[in-house]
Design a protein around this ligand. Structure first.
Ligand SMILES: [Zn+2]
Length: 70
């Protein structure tokens, strides 16, 4: 499951949320846990930024893709 990082544009809180397809279907279902607003900016997620960049990986894989790389 992709982990997204959000920033609230109202109170500037940052938080992470694991969301799957529901983000694409209903982005406004994600609300700020601090102020309850949904005026959010989605930041670069750890998963979205993987690709082939870096490539250091961990002891159990070579591409930052396994569960140990989180
Ligand atoms: Zn907020």
């Amino acid at each position: 499951m992709p982990l997204y990082e959000f920033k609230c544009l109202d109170c500037h809180a940052q938080f992470e949320k694991i969301c799957g397809i529901e983000w694409n279907n209903a982005p406004h279902s994600v609300i700020c846990p601090k102020c309850g607003h949904n005026n959010l900016q989605k930041l670069i997620s750890q998963f979205a930024g993987t690709g082939r960049a870096g490539g250091s990986g961990c002891s159990s894989c070579s591409g930052n893709r396994c569960g140990s790389c989180k």
